[in-house]
Design a protein around this ligand. Structure first.
Ligand SMILES: [Zn+2]
Length: 285
């Protein structure tokens, strides 16, 4: 089995031609790891940008790449075909730290190849996600690469910050630190049509209460005290990405504020509901 860990650096530019922002990849770094989890090869390519030769200060400070290096770089399409040749094994599992790099790669392939499919990608694992499950880090916050190194006791000292190859070497060490065959195999995704559809799907917050994805049962609540069906007293309002309405219990007189958010994801609508008691205005005792 071959494992490939990929890291990219890009420069965010405004393109008049595209009438929008474009994340132009300027460097690709990768390492090849064998079945014994040893790094066996390295790949590095600097890409000559076509949108802007000027790097933003953020990119310069973060990566240390200078503009002369970029001038000597090669076209994106050539770098990708060299990378494909270097990967060699069509069954290789390609990994990145979070899907952000993958989305930028799709954006660049879409522009330069007129096809969003990544030419060398057949199997994929989001290593950040895998690492979070392995380290029981939870889903609420994103685990940074350096934090992962810290948790695994990996020394980051001798590596330059945020150059594509250095980052992929470091990511490779994290991979070796968390890898376990059974759990890893469950994370491998074949890069077919559904893979791209899922990856590029934009979640939508439903803002129209009459939308087909809003089920009647989503908007009904029961009293937390006496379990009676609550009566809505006032209209549903949409604000701050959710619906809000006030409710009253006909049995015990408790007033509630309800919040319902319906998010349309690739797999369908996902509803989150919250019911909060309102302070009693009058005490009847
Ligand atoms: Zn009640």
């Amino acid at each position: 089995m071959t494992y490939i860990i990929l890291d990219l650096e890009w420069n965010g530019v405004y393109s008049r031609k595209l009438k929008g922002y474009f994340n132009e990849i300027i460097e690709i770094g990768a390492v090849k790891i064998d079945s014994s989890l040893n790094q066996v090869d390295e790949f590095r390519a600097v890409i000559k940008p076509v949108f802007s030769r000027k790097l933003s200060h953020i990119v310069t400070n973060l990566t240390g790449i200078d503009e002369q290096e970029l001038k000597d770089g090669q076209p994106f399409t050539r770098a990708i075909s060299l990378l494909k040749k270097w990967i060699c094994d069509p069954d290789a599992v390609v990994m990145t730290w979070s899907t952000t790099d993958l989305l930028v790669l799709i954006e660049n392939c879409r522009h330069f190849f007129k096809d969003q499919r990544i030419p060398f990608l057949n199997y994929y694992v989001d290593l950040q996600h895998y690492c979070q499950t392995r380290l029981d880090y939870g889903e609420t916050q994103q685990l940074g690469l350096f934090k992962a190194c810290e948790l695994l006791g990996i020394d980051t000292g001798d590596l330059e910050n945020h150059r594509a190859l250095d980052d992929s070497i470091l990511t490779g060490k994290v991979f070796a630190g968390v890898y376990e065959p059974q759990s890893f195999n469950l994370q491998v995704r074949p890069a077919g049509t559904e893979f791209y559809e899922r990856l590029t799907f934009k979640n939508v917050i439903i803002s129209d209460i009459k939308n087909v994805h809003v089920k009647k049962s989503d908007l009904r609540f029961r009293c937390e005290k006496c379990n009676r069906r609550l009566r809505r007293i006032g209209q549903w309002r949409f604000c701050s990405r959710a619906f809000f309405a006030d409710f009253l219990c006909g049995g015990c007189g408790t007033k509630y504020a309800a919040r319902v958010q319906i998010k349309l994801k690739y797999d369908g609508a996902q509803t989150t509901r919250k019911l909060v008691q309102k302070p009693q205005e009058d005490c009847e005792k």
